[in-house]
Write a protein that binds this ligand. Structure first.
Ligand code: PAF
Length: 264
């Protein structure tokens, strides 16, 4: 494809595909002549206590969905192909890896940055689509590609949501029926908080009230924070002029829900 001068789009995934991933394929297709998806459950981005073994896998279903979405190529490397014996190089992205998910999941972004750099270089893709749902991951990967002069454009794709506002995620399937009914409280609280901040209400008070509402509703918030959209530094006073983002992580049963929205 590259020899023929065709532009290649890449959609990196860990499988267990949902409509959010299919939107990534569609977005990549709008920017490229052909689209490749990768399916690789990357052990390097899971800590020892995390859910690598339990991560949902559905190879046949994923391939059928990608075929229906018009994906041209699927790259499903075995672990030994990505990390052969003796592999000794990892990528640390300082800055956007710090705080939030970086604190909650030490080493996670090292694994993400390393596997994404490998996927970019293996495929030689011109553009790679990433969901805004994982906002911090999007900043980490964008910074990494820029810092390492990898000739690829990172294409952010807006979060795809269920009808009740819950951000789509492969992990939502682990929610019980009752937890699934509770989960939309997270985007509701975030939308309310963003509106109050824009109206000029004190940020710290808005965030504290939002966390209290989440707790009262049965969610255990890890954080609800207003940050600079690119650096992810917390903003607790009015007057910031650049783009802002509200980030949230909250536990519901055994599932950790992640979400973020633009503020303004
Ligand atoms: O977002 C994901 O599914 C993964 O973190 C990614 C980008 C495919 C890297 O393994």
């Amino acid at each position: 494809m590259r020899a023929a001068g065709r532009r290649l789009g890449l959609v990196p995934t860990m499988g267990a595909l949902h409509a959010g991933h299919i939107e990534l394929v569609a977005a990549a297709r709008r920017e490229a002549d052909a689209v490749a998806a990768s399916i690789f459950v990357n052990p390097l981005q899971f800590a020892a206590n995390e859910d690598l073994a339990r991560y949902p896998r559905d190879e046949a279903g994923d391939l059928a969905k990608l075929r229906a979405a018009g994906c041209d190529l699927v790259w499903m490397p075995p672990v030994e192909a990505m990390y052969p014996p003796g592999a000794a190089t990892v990528i640390e992205v300082a800055g956007p890896s710090s705080g939030w998910e970086g604190d909650a999941r030490p080493g996670h972004f090292r694994g993400v940055a390393t596997v994404c750099a490998k996927l970019f270089l293996q495929t030689g893709a011109d553009v790679a689509a990433f969901g805004e749902k994982d906002w911090q991951q999007l900043q980490v990967v964008t910074r990494m590609a820029r810092d390492l002069d990898i000739p690829i454009r990172i294409l952010p794709v807006p979060t795809v949501r269920e009808a009740d506002g819950l951000a789509m995620s492969s992990r939502n399937r682990f929610l019980s029926e009752a937890e699934r009914a509770t989960a939309p409280l997270l985007p509701q609280v975030m939308a309310r908080a963003a509106a109050e901040i824009l109206r000029g209400a004190p940020v710290a008070g808005v965030l504290a009230a939002g966390q209290a509402t989440l707790r009262a509703g049965g969610l255990a918030p890890d954080y609800l924070a207003l940050v600079d959209a690119e650096t992810l530094r917390p903003l607790d006073a009015p007057g910031h002029t650049g783009p802002m983002r509200l980030l949230a992580a909250a536990r519901l049963g055994g599932v950790r829900l992640l979400d973020n929205i633009a503020v303004g």
